[in-house]
Design a protein around this ligand. Structure first.
Ligand SMILES: NC(=O)c1ccc[n+]([C@@H]2O[C@H](COP(=O)([O-])OP(=O)(O)OC[C@H]3O[C@@H](n4cnc5c(N)ncnc54)[C@H](O)[C@@H]3O)[C@@H](O)[C@H]2O)c1
Length: 244
């Protein structure tokens, strides 16, 4: 079976520590192109992993027929536009979390992907973790849970590549648009905080189904915490959907 041709957009830390080594180890896909606004970085990453083509502009990469799917590994502010451009170009998409900064933008992405019959997949990797799936099996065998406490241990999420020091570059490039006038700054700070905890929340949703209510002790824009590191977040399940 021919390998799926992957184009990587964004050549920074997560591309080098996780995704490129992971794709290279599979037999079903290969990285055929890479892009970054920092073109020298893209070129040196391409040289390290023998990726045939490096682009400064991902739109040029999207025009290549060799690229059937893209990995969007840029900063969160750029995800919506890059993902939409990839879908319009007819490419399947893996995008790092978060899918978008606004729920309405996430819905637009879902609609566009459905309309074009393209796969779009967000980097909530815990849902594919063998340990997590074993836990789900056990939980299902226990019956209806009434309380869950979740603590997240990162584990080796760099896919066994901690020894690889990511390549960097001092090129200066335009920053992604960070302004969302309708979103208050404290909400953006909260959002950034939640990005650290998101795998815990996502795992609980995966194990117990979708919560009816998400409540938190919101104080001055931050989730109230009883610890120096970490947040107290409570997910209230109106009815637990164990089959979910
Ligand atoms: N799933 C996880 O556990 C996990 C862990 C770490 C990071 N991430 C996510 O991965 C993403 C990237 O994080 P990182 O640490 O690799 O960041 P990084 O800053 O090291 O790399 C991002 C790269 O994207 C490039 N870039 C930005 N806009 C671009 C554009 N329009 N076209 C081409 N290249 C562009 C930048 O120049 C930079 O080199 C973030 O969304 C982050 O939330 C997920």
């Amino acid at each position: 079976m021919p390998k799926l041709g992957i184009g990587v957009i964004g050549s920074g830390f997560i591309a080098q520590a996780v995704h490129i080594p992971s794709i290279i180890r599979t037999e079903r896909a290969s990285v055929v192109a890479i892009s970054d606004l920092k073109v020298k970085l893209a070129s040196s990453v391409a040289a390290r992993w023998q990726i045939p083509k490096a682009y400064a502009d991902y739109q040029d990469m999207l025009r290549s027929d060799e690229v059937q799917a893209v990995f969007v590994l840029t900063d969160k502010y750029s995800h919506y536009q890059v993902v939409m451009d990839a879908l319009v170009a007819g490419k399947h998409v893996f995008v790092e979390k978060p899918l978008a900064m606004r729920y309405s933008d996430a819905l637009k992405i879902a609609q566009e992907a459905n309309r074009r019959n393209l796969v779009t997949f967000v980097g909530y990797m815990k849902r594919y973790d063998a340990g997590m799936n074993l836990a789900k099996e056990k939980i299902l065998s226990f019956g209806k849970p009434s309380f869950a406490r979740a603590t997240y241990f990162g584990g080796n999420w760099t896919f066994g590549e901690p020894q690889i020091k990511p390549l960097t570059s001092d090129e200066t490039v335009p920053q992604s648009q960070k302004s969302y006038p309708e979103i208050p700054p404290q909400a953006i700070r909260l959002y950034d905080d939640l990005l650290e905890q998101i795998h815990v929340i996502n795992s609980v949703r995966y194990l117990f189904g979708e919560p009816k209510v998400l409540s938190s002790n919101l104080k001055a824009g931050f989730l109230c915490s009883s610890l120096d590191v970490g947040h107290l977040i409570s997910l209230e399940f109106g009815s637990v959907n164990l089959g979910g």
